[in-house]
Design a protein around this ligand. Structure first.
Ligand code: 6PG
Length: 632
Protein backbone atom coordinates (compact mmCIF):
# COMPACT_ATOMS: atom_id res chain seq x y z
CA UNK A 1 0.00 0.00 0.00
CA UNK A 2 1.44 3.35 -1.07
CA UNK A 3 -0.23 6.41 0.34
CA UNK A 4 0.28 9.62 -1.58
CA UNK A 5 -0.26 12.70 0.56
CA UNK A 6 -0.65 15.52 -1.91
CA UNK A 7 -1.72 19.12 -2.35
CA UNK A 8 -0.32 22.54 -3.17
CA UNK A 9 2.90 23.84 -1.75
CA UNK A 10 2.57 24.82 1.90
CA UNK A 11 -0.32 22.46 2.64
CA UNK A 12 1.87 20.46 5.04
CA UNK A 13 2.28 17.28 3.01
CA UNK A 14 5.86 16.68 4.11
CA UNK A 15 5.13 17.12 7.83
CA UNK A 16 1.91 15.12 7.69
CA UNK A 17 3.45 12.49 5.40
CA UNK A 18 6.39 11.98 7.78
CA UNK A 19 4.16 11.66 10.84
CA UNK A 20 1.85 9.30 9.00
CA UNK A 21 4.76 7.15 7.86
CA UNK A 22 5.96 6.97 11.48
CA UNK A 23 2.52 5.97 12.66
CA UNK A 24 2.21 3.26 9.99
CA UNK A 25 5.80 2.22 10.31
CA UNK A 26 6.36 2.86 6.61
CA UNK A 27 9.29 4.56 4.90
CA UNK A 28 8.63 8.17 3.95
CA UNK A 29 9.59 9.77 0.64
CA UNK A 30 9.35 13.39 -0.38
CA UNK A 31 8.51 13.70 -4.07
CA UNK A 32 10.47 16.95 -4.27
CA UNK A 33 13.66 15.02 -3.56
CA UNK A 34 13.24 13.20 -6.86
CA UNK A 35 13.22 16.36 -8.98
CA UNK A 36 16.19 16.75 -11.28
CA UNK A 37 18.47 19.68 -10.35
CA UNK A 38 17.17 21.69 -13.29
CA UNK A 39 13.64 21.63 -11.81
CA UNK A 40 14.87 22.56 -8.32
CA UNK A 41 16.77 25.50 -9.82
CA UNK A 42 13.69 26.73 -11.66
CA UNK A 43 11.51 26.51 -8.56
CA UNK A 44 14.06 28.35 -6.46
CA UNK A 45 13.98 31.20 -8.95
CA UNK A 46 10.20 31.28 -8.84
CA UNK A 47 9.81 30.00 -12.40
CA UNK A 48 6.76 27.71 -12.69
CA UNK A 49 7.53 24.20 -13.93
CA UNK A 50 6.13 23.18 -17.29
CA UNK A 51 4.73 19.77 -18.25
CA UNK A 52 8.00 19.07 -19.99
CA UNK A 53 9.79 19.56 -16.67
CA UNK A 54 7.30 17.51 -14.68
CA UNK A 55 6.66 14.45 -16.83
CA UNK A 56 10.11 12.79 -16.57
CA UNK A 57 10.02 13.46 -12.82
CA UNK A 58 6.55 11.87 -12.50
CA UNK A 59 7.56 8.84 -14.59
CA UNK A 60 10.52 8.32 -12.34
CA UNK A 61 8.27 8.52 -9.28
CA UNK A 62 5.81 6.07 -10.85
CA UNK A 63 8.50 3.40 -11.09
CA UNK A 64 9.47 4.08 -7.47
CA UNK A 65 5.84 3.79 -6.32
CA UNK A 66 5.54 0.39 -7.98
CA UNK A 67 8.66 -0.87 -6.26
CA UNK A 68 7.61 0.56 -2.83
CA UNK A 69 4.26 -1.13 -3.31
CA UNK A 70 5.98 -4.47 -4.00
CA UNK A 71 8.19 -4.01 -0.95
CA UNK A 72 5.38 -3.53 1.58
CA UNK A 73 4.36 0.11 1.29
CA UNK A 74 5.41 3.72 1.77
CA UNK A 75 4.12 7.22 2.27
CA UNK A 76 4.93 9.68 -0.48
CA UNK A 77 4.46 13.44 -0.21
CA UNK A 78 3.95 14.88 -3.65
CA UNK A 79 2.10 17.80 -5.23
CA UNK A 80 0.21 15.62 -7.84
CA UNK A 81 -1.97 18.60 -8.56
CA UNK A 82 -3.95 17.58 -11.60
CA UNK A 83 -5.44 14.45 -13.05
CA UNK A 84 -2.88 14.23 -15.83
CA UNK A 85 -0.05 13.97 -13.27
CA UNK A 86 -1.95 11.58 -11.01
CA UNK A 87 -2.71 9.34 -13.97
CA UNK A 88 1.00 8.94 -14.57
CA UNK A 89 1.69 8.22 -10.90
CA UNK A 90 -1.00 5.59 -10.51
CA UNK A 91 -0.23 3.64 -13.66
CA UNK A 92 0.71 0.07 -12.67
CA UNK A 93 -0.31 0.41 -9.00
CA UNK A 94 -3.27 1.53 -6.95
CA UNK A 95 -2.06 4.16 -4.50
CA UNK A 96 -4.29 5.69 -1.86
CA UNK A 97 -4.74 9.39 -2.41
CA UNK A 98 -4.98 11.81 0.50
CA UNK A 99 -5.44 15.44 -0.49
CA UNK A 100 -4.51 18.01 2.14
CA UNK A 101 -7.05 20.69 1.51
CA UNK A 102 -6.89 24.29 2.72
CA UNK A 103 -7.84 27.79 1.73
CA UNK A 104 -5.41 29.93 -0.26
CA UNK A 105 -5.29 32.46 2.62
CA UNK A 106 -4.29 29.86 5.21
CA UNK A 107 -1.63 28.35 2.96
CA UNK A 108 -0.27 31.78 2.04
CA UNK A 109 0.01 32.58 5.75
CA UNK A 110 1.96 29.36 6.33
CA UNK A 111 4.25 29.99 3.38
CA UNK A 112 4.96 33.54 4.55
CA UNK A 113 6.09 32.09 7.89
CA UNK A 114 8.30 29.43 6.28
CA UNK A 115 12.11 29.85 6.10
CA UNK A 116 14.86 27.85 4.39
CA UNK A 117 12.68 26.15 1.78
CA UNK A 118 13.35 26.48 -1.88
CA UNK A 119 9.70 26.96 -2.91
CA UNK A 120 8.93 30.56 -3.73
CA UNK A 121 5.54 31.56 -2.24
CA UNK A 122 4.84 33.49 -5.45
CA UNK A 123 4.22 30.11 -7.10
CA UNK A 124 1.16 29.46 -4.97
CA UNK A 125 -1.04 31.21 -7.48
CA UNK A 126 -0.02 28.92 -10.32
CA UNK A 127 -0.36 25.87 -8.04
CA UNK A 128 -3.96 26.69 -7.20
CA UNK A 129 -4.63 27.27 -10.90
CA UNK A 130 -3.27 23.78 -11.68
CA UNK A 131 -5.01 21.99 -8.78
CA UNK A 132 -7.87 19.69 -9.80
CA UNK A 133 -9.57 18.00 -6.87
CA UNK A 134 -10.58 14.45 -7.81
CA UNK A 135 -13.74 12.61 -6.83
CA UNK A 136 -11.82 9.59 -5.55
CA UNK A 137 -9.58 9.21 -2.54
CA UNK A 138 -9.72 11.16 0.69
CA UNK A 139 -9.73 14.87 1.26
CA UNK A 140 -8.62 16.05 4.67
CA UNK A 141 -8.90 19.63 5.85
CA UNK A 142 -5.67 21.21 7.09
CA UNK A 143 -7.47 23.33 9.68
CA UNK A 144 -6.36 20.94 12.45
CA UNK A 145 -2.87 20.27 13.80
CA UNK A 146 -0.61 17.83 11.90
CA UNK A 147 -1.07 15.22 14.66
CA UNK A 148 -4.86 15.49 14.39
CA UNK A 149 -4.70 15.28 10.60
CA UNK A 150 -2.62 12.12 10.87
CA UNK A 151 -5.17 10.65 13.29
CA UNK A 152 -7.91 11.41 10.84
CA UNK A 153 -6.06 9.80 7.92
CA UNK A 154 -5.21 6.82 10.06
CA UNK A 155 -8.87 6.44 10.96
CA UNK A 156 -9.92 6.62 7.30
CA UNK A 157 -7.34 4.02 6.29
CA UNK A 158 -8.33 1.74 9.12
CA UNK A 159 -11.94 1.82 7.99
CA UNK A 160 -11.11 1.66 4.32
CA UNK A 161 -11.99 -1.99 4.01
CA UNK A 162 -15.04 -1.76 6.23
CA UNK A 163 -17.27 0.20 3.94
CA UNK A 164 -20.55 1.54 5.22
CA UNK A 165 -23.71 0.20 3.66
CA UNK A 166 -25.63 3.44 4.00
CA UNK A 167 -24.91 7.18 4.09
CA UNK A 168 -26.88 10.06 5.57
CA UNK A 169 -26.28 13.64 4.49
CA UNK A 170 -27.49 16.42 6.78
CA UNK A 171 -27.19 16.22 10.54
CA UNK A 172 -30.18 18.40 11.41
CA UNK A 173 -32.76 17.08 13.86
CA UNK A 174 -34.31 14.54 11.46
CA UNK A 175 -31.05 13.45 9.79
CA UNK A 176 -29.33 12.87 13.11
CA UNK A 177 -32.26 10.92 14.56
CA UNK A 178 -32.59 8.71 11.47
CA UNK A 179 -28.85 8.08 11.49
CA UNK A 180 -28.97 7.01 15.13
CA UNK A 181 -31.96 4.81 14.39
CA UNK A 182 -30.08 3.10 11.52
CA UNK A 183 -26.96 2.70 13.61
CA UNK A 184 -28.97 1.31 16.56
CA UNK A 185 -30.31 -1.25 14.10
CA UNK A 186 -26.77 -2.36 13.24
CA UNK A 187 -26.58 -0.67 9.85
CA UNK A 188 -22.93 0.33 9.21
CA UNK A 189 -23.30 3.99 8.46
CA UNK A 190 -21.43 7.04 7.21
CA UNK A 191 -22.77 10.42 8.20
CA UNK A 192 -21.93 13.71 6.55
CA UNK A 193 -22.68 17.36 7.17
CA UNK A 194 -21.33 20.15 5.00
CA UNK A 195 -18.61 22.43 6.36
CA UNK A 196 -19.62 26.09 6.62
CA UNK A 197 -16.90 28.16 8.34
CA UNK A 198 -18.01 29.55 11.72
CA UNK A 199 -21.48 28.09 11.25
CA UNK A 200 -21.43 24.36 10.58
CA UNK A 201 -18.05 23.00 11.59
CA UNK A 202 -17.35 19.32 12.31
CA UNK A 203 -21.09 18.78 12.74
CA UNK A 204 -20.99 15.07 11.88
CA UNK A 205 -17.95 14.49 14.14
CA UNK A 206 -19.82 16.20 16.97
CA UNK A 207 -22.68 13.71 16.57
CA UNK A 208 -20.17 10.93 17.22
CA UNK A 209 -18.78 12.84 20.21
CA UNK A 210 -22.30 13.22 21.54
CA UNK A 211 -22.97 9.49 21.17
CA UNK A 212 -19.63 7.80 21.94
CA UNK A 213 -21.33 4.39 22.20
CA UNK A 214 -22.23 4.41 18.53
CA UNK A 215 -19.83 1.95 16.96
CA UNK A 216 -21.53 1.74 13.57
CA UNK A 217 -20.92 5.28 12.37
CA UNK A 218 -18.16 7.11 10.53
CA UNK A 219 -18.35 10.91 10.42
CA UNK A 220 -17.29 13.18 7.55
CA UNK A 221 -17.41 16.79 6.57
CA UNK A 222 -15.74 16.15 3.27
CA UNK A 223 -18.03 14.80 0.58
CA UNK A 224 -15.52 12.74 -1.50
CA UNK A 225 -14.30 10.88 1.60
CA UNK A 226 -17.89 10.28 2.67
CA UNK A 227 -18.77 8.85 -0.75
CA UNK A 228 -15.59 6.75 -0.81
CA UNK A 229 -16.57 5.24 2.54
CA UNK A 230 -19.74 3.67 1.10
CA UNK A 231 -20.10 0.24 -0.46
CA UNK A 232 -21.60 0.09 -3.94
CA UNK A 233 -24.25 0.53 -5.08
CA UNK A 234 -24.09 3.51 -2.77
CA UNK A 235 -27.24 4.42 -0.90
CA UNK A 236 -27.25 8.02 0.24
CA UNK A 237 -30.11 9.57 2.16
CA UNK A 238 -30.45 13.36 1.95
CA UNK A 239 -31.99 14.91 5.05
CA UNK A 240 -31.63 18.53 4.06
CA UNK A 241 -34.13 21.37 3.48
CA UNK A 242 -36.42 20.87 0.48
CA UNK A 243 -35.90 23.00 -2.61
CA UNK A 244 -32.68 24.38 -4.06
CA UNK A 245 -30.50 22.73 -1.40
CA UNK A 246 -31.53 19.29 -2.72
CA UNK A 247 -30.63 20.17 -6.32
CA UNK A 248 -27.35 21.63 -5.18
CA UNK A 249 -26.47 18.55 -3.16
CA UNK A 250 -27.37 16.28 -6.08
CA UNK A 251 -25.06 18.26 -8.38
CA UNK A 252 -22.22 17.92 -5.88
CA UNK A 253 -22.77 14.18 -5.61
CA UNK A 254 -23.12 13.32 -9.31
CA UNK A 255 -19.40 13.45 -10.21
CA UNK A 256 -18.57 11.33 -7.16
CA UNK A 257 -21.04 8.53 -7.86
CA UNK A 258 -21.02 5.46 -10.10
CA UNK A 259 -23.82 4.07 -12.28
CA UNK A 260 -26.47 2.33 -10.19
CA UNK A 261 -25.85 4.36 -7.04
CA UNK A 262 -28.99 5.54 -5.26
CA UNK A 263 -29.76 9.00 -3.89
CA UNK A 264 -32.74 9.10 -1.53
CA UNK A 265 -34.42 12.36 -0.62
CA UNK A 266 -36.08 12.04 2.78
CA UNK A 267 -37.11 15.69 3.18
CA UNK A 268 -40.51 17.24 2.58
CA UNK A 269 -39.85 17.87 -1.12
CA UNK A 270 -42.55 18.91 -3.56
CA UNK A 271 -43.55 15.81 -5.53
CA UNK A 272 -43.16 17.49 -8.92
CA UNK A 273 -39.52 18.25 -8.04
CA UNK A 274 -39.11 14.57 -7.24
CA UNK A 275 -40.67 13.55 -10.58
CA UNK A 276 -38.13 15.80 -12.30
CA UNK A 277 -35.18 14.50 -10.26
CA UNK A 278 -36.06 10.86 -10.92
CA UNK A 279 -35.85 11.49 -14.69
CA UNK A 280 -32.79 13.71 -14.44
CA UNK A 281 -30.77 11.14 -12.52
CA UNK A 282 -31.97 8.32 -14.73
CA UNK A 283 -30.27 10.13 -17.64
CA UNK A 284 -27.08 9.97 -15.58
CA UNK A 285 -27.51 6.24 -14.88
CA UNK A 286 -28.21 7.01 -11.24
CA UNK A 287 -31.31 6.13 -9.26
CA UNK A 288 -33.38 8.60 -7.29
CA UNK A 289 -35.83 7.66 -4.55
CA UNK A 290 -38.12 10.27 -3.00
CA UNK A 291 -39.44 9.28 0.37
CA UNK A 292 -41.81 10.86 2.80
CA UNK A 293 -40.68 10.38 6.39
CA UNK A 294 -43.10 11.21 9.16
CA UNK A 295 -42.90 11.12 12.91
CA UNK A 296 -40.88 14.16 13.91
CA UNK A 297 -37.69 13.81 15.93
CA UNK A 298 -38.93 11.01 18.18
CA UNK A 299 -40.40 9.03 15.30
CA UNK A 300 -37.21 9.35 13.26
CA UNK A 301 -35.22 8.01 16.21
CA UNK A 302 -37.55 5.26 17.38
CA UNK A 303 -39.54 4.36 14.28
CA UNK A 304 -41.04 6.66 11.65
CA UNK A 305 -43.51 5.95 8.90
CA UNK A 306 -41.56 5.85 5.64
CA UNK A 307 -43.07 6.35 2.17
CA UNK A 308 -40.52 5.58 -0.57
CA UNK A 309 -41.22 5.95 -4.29
CA UNK A 310 -39.36 6.09 -7.57
CA UNK A 311 -37.77 3.32 -9.64
CA UNK A 312 -38.92 0.05 -8.03
CA UNK A 313 -35.48 -1.56 -8.49
CA UNK A 314 -34.00 1.24 -6.37
CA UNK A 315 -36.64 1.09 -3.64
CA UNK A 316 -36.20 -2.70 -3.51
CA UNK A 317 -32.55 -2.13 -2.60
CA UNK A 318 -33.32 0.13 0.36
CA UNK A 319 -36.65 -1.23 1.59
CA UNK A 320 -35.14 -3.81 3.91
CA UNK A 321 -33.18 -1.04 5.66
CA UNK A 322 -36.32 1.07 5.95
CA UNK A 323 -38.20 -1.93 7.33
CA UNK A 324 -35.59 -2.26 10.06
CA UNK A 325 -35.99 1.32 11.25
CA UNK A 326 -39.69 1.98 10.60
CA UNK A 327 -42.44 1.87 13.22
CA UNK A 328 -44.45 -1.35 13.30
CA UNK A 329 -48.21 -1.59 12.86
CA UNK A 330 -50.47 -3.55 15.23
CA UNK A 331 -49.64 -6.84 13.52
CA UNK A 332 -45.91 -6.13 13.67
CA UNK A 333 -45.51 -5.20 9.99
CA UNK A 334 -43.20 -2.26 9.28
CA UNK A 335 -44.91 1.05 8.52
CA UNK A 336 -43.22 1.36 5.16
CA UNK A 337 -43.87 -0.01 1.69
CA UNK A 338 -43.14 0.79 -1.93
CA UNK A 339 -45.62 3.55 -2.69
CA UNK A 340 -45.35 3.85 -6.46
CA UNK A 341 -43.36 5.44 -9.27
CA UNK A 342 -41.89 8.96 -9.55
CA UNK A 343 -42.61 11.35 -6.69
CA UNK A 344 -45.67 9.47 -5.39
CA UNK A 345 -43.99 9.00 -1.99
CA UNK A 346 -43.47 12.71 -1.56
CA UNK A 347 -46.93 13.32 -2.93
CA UNK A 348 -48.60 11.18 -0.27
CA UNK A 349 -46.39 12.78 2.40
CA UNK A 350 -47.70 16.15 1.23
CA UNK A 351 -51.27 14.87 1.64
CA UNK A 352 -50.32 13.35 5.01
CA UNK A 353 -49.26 16.81 6.13
CA UNK A 354 -52.49 18.26 4.79
CA UNK A 355 -54.56 15.82 6.81
CA UNK A 356 -52.28 16.79 9.71
CA UNK A 357 -53.04 20.52 9.19
CA UNK A 358 -56.82 20.01 9.27
CA UNK A 359 -56.61 17.52 12.16
CA UNK A 360 -54.67 20.09 14.16
CA UNK A 361 -57.07 22.88 13.29
CA UNK A 362 -60.11 20.70 14.15
CA UNK A 363 -58.60 19.96 17.56
CA UNK A 364 -57.91 23.65 18.00
CA UNK A 365 -61.53 24.47 17.21
CA UNK A 366 -62.82 21.84 19.66
CA UNK A 367 -60.51 23.31 22.30
CA UNK A 368 -61.64 26.85 21.43
CA UNK A 369 -65.32 25.88 21.74
CA UNK A 370 -64.69 24.37 25.17
CA UNK A 371 -62.53 27.21 26.39
CA UNK A 372 -64.43 30.23 25.03
CA UNK A 373 -67.93 28.98 24.27
CA UNK A 374 -68.41 26.72 27.27
CA UNK A 375 -66.04 28.70 29.52
CA UNK A 376 -64.14 25.57 30.60
CA UNK A 377 -60.74 25.86 32.21
CA UNK A 378 -57.73 24.00 30.74
CA UNK A 379 -57.87 21.27 33.40
CA UNK A 380 -61.48 20.51 32.49
CA UNK A 381 -60.64 20.48 28.80
CA UNK A 382 -57.76 18.14 29.53
CA UNK A 383 -60.22 15.81 31.29
CA UNK A 384 -62.61 15.81 28.35
CA UNK A 385 -59.86 15.26 25.77
CA UNK A 386 -58.48 12.44 27.92
CA UNK A 387 -61.80 10.61 27.73
CA UNK A 388 -61.86 11.15 23.94
CA UNK A 389 -58.44 9.52 23.83
CA UNK A 390 -59.99 6.30 25.11
CA UNK A 391 -62.39 5.76 22.20
CA UNK A 392 -62.29 5.82 18.42
CA UNK A 393 -61.45 9.55 18.52
CA UNK A 394 -58.00 8.60 19.87
CA UNK A 395 -55.02 9.91 17.93
CA UNK A 396 -51.42 10.92 18.39
CA UNK A 397 -52.33 14.58 17.84
CA UNK A 398 -55.01 14.38 20.55
CA UNK A 399 -52.50 12.68 22.86
CA UNK A 400 -49.98 15.50 22.47
CA UNK A 401 -52.76 18.05 22.90
CA UNK A 402 -53.60 16.45 26.26
CA UNK A 403 -49.93 16.72 27.22
CA UNK A 404 -49.89 20.37 26.17
CA UNK A 405 -52.97 21.06 28.29
CA UNK A 406 -51.18 19.51 31.21
CA UNK A 407 -47.95 21.48 30.94
CA UNK A 408 -47.46 24.27 33.43
CA UNK A 409 -44.74 26.85 33.91
CA UNK A 410 -44.67 28.58 37.29
CA UNK A 411 -48.21 27.32 37.99
CA UNK A 412 -49.50 28.81 34.76
CA UNK A 413 -50.49 26.90 31.68
CA UNK A 414 -47.58 27.20 29.26
CA UNK A 415 -50.02 27.27 26.34
CA UNK A 416 -51.40 30.60 27.57
CA UNK A 417 -47.94 32.11 27.23
CA UNK A 418 -47.49 31.02 23.60
CA UNK A 419 -48.14 33.71 21.00
CA UNK A 420 -51.16 32.80 18.88
CA UNK A 421 -49.42 32.95 15.49
CA UNK A 422 -49.30 29.53 13.76
CA UNK A 423 -46.41 29.04 11.32
CA UNK A 424 -46.28 26.78 8.28
CA UNK A 425 -43.60 25.54 5.97
CA UNK A 426 -45.68 25.06 2.85
CA UNK A 427 -46.78 21.45 2.39
CA UNK A 428 -50.41 22.34 3.19
CA UNK A 429 -50.37 25.15 0.62
CA UNK A 430 -48.93 22.78 -2.03
CA UNK A 431 -51.87 20.44 -1.50
CA UNK A 432 -54.33 23.32 -1.85
CA UNK A 433 -52.72 24.19 -5.20
CA UNK A 434 -52.79 20.55 -6.27
CA UNK A 435 -56.42 20.21 -5.21
CA UNK A 436 -57.28 23.25 -7.36
CA UNK A 437 -55.31 21.81 -10.27
CA UNK A 438 -57.30 18.56 -10.05
CA UNK A 439 -60.67 20.09 -9.15
CA UNK A 440 -60.81 18.37 -5.76
CA UNK A 441 -62.96 20.36 -3.28
CA UNK A 442 -60.44 20.50 -0.43
CA UNK A 443 -62.04 23.34 1.52
CA UNK A 444 -61.18 21.76 4.88
CA UNK A 445 -57.51 22.01 4.09
CA UNK A 446 -57.60 25.47 2.53
CA UNK A 447 -59.42 26.72 5.61
CA UNK A 448 -56.80 25.10 7.86
CA UNK A 449 -54.04 26.80 5.85
CA UNK A 450 -55.85 30.14 5.82
CA UNK A 451 -56.54 29.91 9.57
CA UNK A 452 -52.77 29.90 10.08
CA UNK A 453 -52.49 32.87 7.71
CA UNK A 454 -55.12 34.84 9.66
CA UNK A 455 -53.42 33.91 12.92
CA UNK A 456 -50.29 35.60 11.63
CA UNK A 457 -52.10 38.94 11.35
CA UNK A 458 -51.86 39.38 15.10
CA UNK A 459 -51.58 43.19 15.13
CA UNK A 460 -54.46 43.68 12.71
CA UNK A 461 -56.58 41.21 14.68
CA UNK A 462 -55.89 42.97 17.93
CA UNK A 463 -56.81 46.39 16.49
CA UNK A 464 -59.93 45.11 14.72
CA UNK A 465 -61.17 43.31 17.83
CA UNK A 466 -61.14 46.67 19.64
CA UNK A 467 -62.80 48.51 16.77
CA UNK A 468 -65.58 45.90 16.58
CA UNK A 469 -65.66 45.31 20.32
CA UNK A 470 -65.49 41.59 19.57
CA UNK A 471 -64.92 39.06 22.29
CA UNK A 472 -66.61 35.64 22.18
CA UNK A 473 -68.84 35.24 25.23
CA UNK A 474 -69.15 32.00 27.12
CA UNK A 475 -72.66 30.58 27.49
CA UNK A 476 -73.99 29.33 30.77
CA UNK A 477 -76.01 26.22 31.46
CA UNK A 478 -75.58 22.49 30.97
CA UNK A 479 -72.41 21.58 29.16
CA UNK A 480 -72.80 17.86 28.92
CA UNK A 481 -75.16 17.78 25.90
CA UNK A 482 -73.00 20.19 24.00
CA UNK A 483 -69.87 18.22 24.85
CA UNK A 484 -71.46 15.04 23.56
CA UNK A 485 -72.37 16.75 20.30
CA UNK A 486 -68.92 18.28 20.11
CA UNK A 487 -67.25 14.89 20.26
CA UNK A 488 -69.43 13.57 17.42
CA UNK A 489 -68.95 16.78 15.45
CA UNK A 490 -65.20 16.54 15.86
CA UNK A 491 -65.18 12.94 14.65
CA UNK A 492 -67.43 13.77 11.68
CA UNK A 493 -65.09 16.60 10.75
CA UNK A 494 -62.14 14.19 10.89
CA UNK A 495 -63.85 11.61 8.72
CA UNK A 496 -64.53 14.32 6.12
CA UNK A 497 -60.93 15.53 6.36
CA UNK A 498 -59.59 12.03 5.72
CA UNK A 499 -62.10 11.42 2.94
CA UNK A 500 -61.04 14.52 1.00
CA UNK A 501 -57.33 13.91 1.58
CA UNK A 502 -57.62 10.40 0.17
CA UNK A 503 -59.80 11.59 -2.72
CA UNK A 504 -57.03 14.02 -3.69
CA UNK A 505 -54.63 11.08 -3.68
CA UNK A 506 -57.01 9.13 -5.90
CA UNK A 507 -57.36 11.98 -8.42
CA UNK A 508 -53.60 12.42 -8.77
CA UNK A 509 -52.89 8.68 -8.74
CA UNK A 510 -55.40 8.11 -11.56
CA UNK A 511 -53.92 10.92 -13.64
CA UNK A 512 -50.35 9.63 -13.27
CA UNK A 513 -51.25 5.91 -13.36
CA UNK A 514 -49.52 5.49 -10.05
CA UNK A 515 -51.95 2.84 -8.91
CA UNK A 516 -51.73 3.92 -5.27
CA UNK A 517 -53.00 1.39 -2.74
CA UNK A 518 -55.04 3.42 -0.24
CA UNK A 519 -55.55 0.64 2.27
CA UNK A 520 -51.78 0.10 2.37
CA UNK A 521 -51.15 3.84 2.66
CA UNK A 522 -53.58 3.99 5.59
CA UNK A 523 -51.78 0.99 7.10
CA UNK A 524 -48.36 2.61 7.01
CA UNK A 525 -49.96 5.66 8.62
CA UNK A 526 -51.27 3.67 11.60
CA UNK A 527 -48.01 4.08 13.47
CA UNK A 528 -44.89 6.22 13.48
CA UNK A 529 -46.43 9.19 11.70
CA UNK A 530 -48.08 12.32 13.04
CA UNK A 531 -51.60 11.41 11.87
CA UNK A 532 -51.70 7.92 13.37
CA UNK A 533 -55.05 7.31 15.00
CA UNK A 534 -57.85 4.84 15.66
CA UNK A 535 -59.64 6.36 12.69
CA UNK A 536 -56.67 5.54 10.45
CA UNK A 537 -56.81 1.96 11.69
CA UNK A 538 -60.47 1.76 10.66
CA UNK A 539 -59.56 3.34 7.32
CA UNK A 540 -57.24 0.41 6.51
CA UNK A 541 -60.26 -1.90 6.38
CA UNK A 542 -62.56 0.67 4.77
CA UNK A 543 -60.16 1.30 1.88
CA UNK A 544 -59.80 -2.40 1.25
CA UNK A 545 -63.36 -2.39 -0.09
CA UNK A 546 -63.84 1.13 -1.46
CA UNK A 547 -61.96 4.15 -2.82
CA UNK A 548 -64.73 6.48 -1.72
CA UNK A 549 -64.86 6.64 2.03
CA UNK A 550 -68.20 8.46 2.18
CA UNK A 551 -69.86 5.50 0.46
CA UNK A 552 -68.53 2.87 2.85
CA UNK A 553 -71.45 1.36 4.85
CA UNK A 554 -69.77 1.97 8.22
CA UNK A 555 -68.97 5.56 7.33
CA UNK A 556 -72.51 6.11 6.07
CA UNK A 557 -73.89 4.91 9.43
CA UNK A 558 -71.56 7.16 11.37
CA UNK A 559 -72.07 10.23 9.23
CA UNK A 560 -75.85 9.85 9.22
CA UNK A 561 -75.76 10.15 12.98
CA UNK A 562 -73.09 12.79 13.37
CA UNK A 563 -73.26 15.31 10.55
CA UNK A 564 -76.15 17.16 12.14
CA UNK A 565 -74.09 17.48 15.31
CA UNK A 566 -71.33 19.01 13.23
CA UNK A 567 -73.81 21.49 11.74
CA UNK A 568 -75.18 22.26 15.19
CA UNK A 569 -71.80 22.76 16.86
CA UNK A 570 -70.40 24.86 14.01
CA UNK A 571 -73.59 26.95 13.91
CA UNK A 572 -73.64 27.49 17.67
CA UNK A 573 -70.01 28.50 17.78
CA UNK A 574 -70.30 30.93 14.88
CA UNK A 575 -73.50 32.38 16.31
CA UNK A 576 -71.60 33.14 19.49
CA UNK A 577 -68.69 34.77 17.75
CA UNK A 578 -66.12 31.98 17.31
CA UNK A 579 -64.31 31.46 14.02
CA UNK A 580 -64.53 27.74 13.21
CA UNK A 581 -63.14 27.51 9.69
CA UNK A 582 -62.48 23.77 9.50
CA UNK A 583 -65.65 22.64 11.28
CA UNK A 584 -67.74 24.84 8.98
CA UNK A 585 -65.80 23.91 5.83
CA UNK A 586 -66.30 20.24 6.73
CA UNK A 587 -70.06 20.50 7.14
CA UNK A 588 -70.36 22.67 4.01
CA UNK A 589 -68.39 20.12 2.02
CA UNK A 590 -70.42 17.24 3.38
CA UNK A 591 -73.79 18.88 2.76
CA UNK A 592 -72.65 19.84 -0.72
CA UNK A 593 -71.48 16.30 -1.37
CA UNK A 594 -74.81 14.71 -0.36
CA UNK A 595 -77.10 17.26 -2.07
CA UNK A 596 -78.46 15.98 -5.38
CA UNK A 597 -79.96 19.22 -6.62
CA UNK A 598 -77.62 22.09 -5.99
CA UNK A 599 -78.11 25.74 -6.94
CA UNK A 600 -75.21 25.52 -9.40
CA UNK A 601 -77.76 25.79 -12.22
CA UNK A 602 -78.14 29.45 -11.27
CA UNK A 603 -74.39 29.94 -11.68
CA UNK A 604 -74.58 28.38 -15.15
CA UNK A 605 -77.45 30.68 -16.04
CA UNK A 606 -75.51 33.72 -14.81
CA UNK A 607 -72.43 32.67 -16.77
CA UNK A 608 -74.45 32.19 -19.88
CA UNK A 609 -76.22 35.52 -19.32
CA UNK A 610 -73.15 37.72 -19.14
CA UNK A 611 -70.65 35.67 -21.11
CA UNK A 612 -72.54 33.28 -23.39
CA UNK A 613 -70.69 30.43 -21.68
CA UNK A 614 -73.58 28.02 -22.47
CA UNK A 615 -75.18 25.43 -20.25
CA UNK A 616 -76.39 21.84 -20.38
CA UNK A 617 -80.06 20.99 -19.77
CA UNK A 618 -81.56 18.34 -17.52
CA UNK A 619 -84.01 17.44 -20.31
CA UNK A 620 -81.38 17.11 -23.06
CA UNK A 621 -78.58 14.61 -23.69
CA UNK A 622 -75.36 15.11 -21.72
CA UNK A 623 -72.73 17.16 -23.55
CA UNK A 624 -75.23 19.17 -25.61
CA UNK A 625 -74.78 22.86 -24.90
CA UNK A 626 -77.39 25.62 -25.05
CA UNK A 627 -77.28 29.37 -25.07
CA UNK A 628 -80.12 31.76 -24.31
CA UNK A 629 -80.37 35.43 -25.20
CA UNK A 630 -81.54 36.38 -21.75
CA UNK A 631 -82.47 39.99 -22.52
CA UNK A 632 -82.91 41.78 -25.87
C1 6PG B 1 -44.18 14.82 10.06
C2 6PG B 1 -44.46 16.27 10.07
C3 6PG B 1 -43.26 17.02 9.60
C4 6PG B 1 -43.29 18.49 9.94
C5 6PG B 1 -44.39 19.23 9.28
C6 6PG B 1 -44.64 20.57 9.92
O1 6PG B 1 -44.91 14.13 9.37
O2 6PG B 1 -43.26 14.38 10.75
O3 6PG B 1 -45.52 16.55 9.21
O4 6PG B 1 -43.11 16.76 8.24
O5 6PG B 1 -43.41 18.63 11.30
O6 6PG B 1 -43.97 19.41 7.97
O7 6PG B 1 -45.15 21.37 8.95
P1 6PG B 1 -45.47 22.88 9.17
O8 6PG B 1 -44.22 23.53 9.69
O9 6PG B 1 -45.88 23.37 7.85
O10 6PG B 1 -46.56 22.90 10.20
Amino acid sequence: MVIIVYGVTGCGKTTVGQLLAEKLNFPFYDGDNFHPTSNVEKMRKGIPLTDEDRIPWLNNLRIKIQSWDRNGGAVLACSALNEKYRKILKRGSNPIWVLLDGSRELIQERLDARVGHFMNPALLESQFATLEKPAYGYKVSIDSTPAEIVEQIHFLLKNMNELSSFGVIGMGVMGKSLALNLSNNDVPLSIYNRHVPNKEEKVAAKVLEQFPDQKNMLAFDDLPSFVTSLSTPRKILLMIPAGKAVDHQIEELIPLLSPGDIIIDGGNSFYKDTNRRVSYLEEKELLFVGTGVSGGEEGALKGPSIMPSGPKEAVDKVLSLFEKIAAKDKSGKPCTAYIGPEGSGHFIKMVHNSIEYAEMQALTEAYFLMRRHLGMDPKEIFEVFSTWQEGDTASYLLEITCDILNTYEDDELLLDKILDKAAQKGTGGWSVTTALEYGVPYGVLSEAVMARAISFKKDERSKASQVYGHKPKAISGDRSNFLESLKDAYQACRIINHEVGFSLMKAVSDEHNWNLNFSEIARIWTNGCIIRSSLMESAVAWFSTTDNLLMHPEVIDRMKLSHQKLAFVAGEGIKHGLALPVFSAAINYFLGAITAESPANLIQAQRDYFGAHTYERVDAPEGKHFHTVWKE
